[in-house]
Design a protein around this ligand. Structure first.
Ligand SMILES: *[C@@H]1O[C@H](CO)[C@@H](O)[C@H](O)[C@H]1NC(C)=O
Ligand SMILES: *[C@@H]1O[C@H](CO)[C@@H](O)[C@H](O)[C@H]1NC(C)=O
Length: 337
């Protein structure tokens, strides 16, 4: 039942991308398994026809790389100025201000307000939804919560003999080495596994903790709880031992896979709870599980015709990606931090 057809347009990404396509698309697909029916309708209303919830979840990275969207780049992370591996902690006032133009916590607060603002035009609320779909993913990537060496972008490592930086290893290299390229089949497979672990497997007993903060009226507090959890992994694993110049493709990657998979599961579960809270005023997670709304599989949009501002944005995105791909078909966003 769960393996019904996915939509035609699930792009097959074949290069690295931020909390890559694997992470973000799995987060979105997993979330769609836990949406209340009214939440699904809401999401459909704020997506374009043919745009799946998974496509929408990767939009923010593509947007951050065009001139029009550059202002949103700092919204993808919070730069904890802590001292790993001995001290890991996020202090909102100290850390969010580092970049000067907002961080993932303030962006989530902002977008959570904007998506509920009836006075905003459709396109602005739709954009707020796309940001939320993306940021719930990024805030669970440990290196999106760390200042050191630009979130690991400046830490050079080896991955199966190839030069890489630590950030990209966590965004996509480890998960792709473990699971293959983020194909449609791969993303459905991982989503199914994570859902099973949530409902009857190793995450079953801890998932109540995952939903301890899902009140959208306290968005800042909740975003800080999530970011704080991801940041803890910096000390307990990511930078626990010296990684500079090390080969991370072996034991290090083996130990990272369970952390990454659990982070993706938490992100998807919380994303669903967050959207349900926004639309229905309750997280709906138990109902969805017990009621089995799996028929909703892949949520895609209803909106016909492209809004003018989005047409301009899409044009820039396509041009940018064509340039980056050097004339080849676009294969993924090369986004760091
Ligand atoms: C919220 O987002 C809007 C739209 O992107 C932006 O114009 C505004 O400055 C943001 N406000 C805050 C407080 O970050
Ligand atoms: C969310 O928090 C507000 C303010 O603390 C509270 O009034 C409200 O009842 C909470 N909502 C839910 C669904 O728990």
């Amino acid at each position: 039942m769960r393996l019904t057809n996915l939509l035609p347009a699930l792009a097959l990404a074949t290069t690295t991308s931020a909390w890559g396509f694997y992470g973000h698309k799995t987060v979105a697909l997993l979330a769609s398994r836990y949406l209340l029916p009214e939440t699904s309708v809401f999401v459909q209303t704020y997506l374009y026809r043919g745009q799946t919830i998974m496509d929408a979840a990767v939009w923010a990275d593509r947007y951050a790389h065009i001139p029009l969207g550059r202002y949103s780049k700092t919204w993808h992370y919070i730069d904890a100025q802590d001292d790993p591996p001995s001290v890991c902690e996020i202090k909102y006032n100290r850390d969010c201000a580092v970049s000067g133009s907002g961080c993932i916590v303030s962006a989530l607060v902002n977008m959570t307000a904007r998506i509920q603002d009836d006075a905003l035009p459709w396109a602005q609320r739709a954009q707020a939804l796309r940001f939320i779909l993306h940021f719930l993913g990024d805030i669970h990537q440990p290196l999106h919560t760390e200042h050191k060496q630009l979130g690991g972008n400046r830490i050079k490592v080896l991955f199966h003999g190839q030069e890489a930086n630590l950030h990209s290893v966590w965004d996509s290299r480890i998960i792709e080495a473990a699971r293959g390229k983020p194909t449609e089949r791969g993303i459905i497979g991982l989503t199914n596994e994570l859902q099973d672990r949530i409902e009857s497997g190793e995450y079953k007993d801890e998932k109540d903790d995952w939903k301890s903060c899902l009140n959208t009226t306290t968005a800042e507090e909740c975003a800080l709880v999530w970011a704080g959890g991801a940041n803890k992994y910096i000390c307990s694993y990511v930078l626990k031992d010296e990684v500079d110049g090390q080969e991370l493709g072996g034991d290090y990657a083996d130990g990272a896979v369970p952390i990454i998979e659990k982070s993706i599961a938490m992100a998807g579960y919380r994303l669903a709870g967050w959207l349900n809270m926004l639309v229905a005023g309750r997280d709906g997670l138990d109902e969805a599980e017990n009621g089995g709304y799996y028929g909703w599989e892949v949520v895609d949009g209803r909106k016909e015709g492209v809004d003018e501002e989005d047409r301009e944005i899409n044009r820039e995105i396509e041009e940018n990606e064509r340039k980056r791909a050097g004339g080849r078909k676009f294969e993924g966003v090369q986004v760091q931090h």
